[in-house]
Design a binder for this molecule. Structure first.
Ligand code: ZN
Length: 86
């Protein structure tokens, strides 16, 4: 059961989704990620809003910054994501 929607509509849907990310469930995040992938839509900064391991939206993660590397620890699974700071 796959509904075909336009890329613009998919982008809108994704944008809307991330506006309310904190209320979302991991299942929904996985789904929206799949949607983005199937339409070749880059999530960019939005990827940093949830844990890439367990797909839990960050609520109040531990953030550490060390020599231009920012690390965010997931409160749910403890996975640390690291990003280079510009
Ligand atoms: Zn996690």
């Amino acid at each position: 059961m796959k509904k075909k929607i336009s890329k613009t509509k998919a982008e809108q849907q994704i944008k809307e989704f991330f506006n309310h990310l904190k209320n979302k469930k991991t299942k929904e995040i996985k789904k929206i990620k799949r949607l983005a992938m199937s339409y070749n839509i880059k999530l960019g900064k939005k990827r940093k809003l949830f844990c890439k391991k367990c797909f839990t939206p960050y609520q109040n993660p531990k953030i550490k910054i060390k020599s231009k590397i920012k690390s965010v620890e997931c409160e749910n699974c403890g996975y640390k994501s690291r990003w280079k700071m510009k």
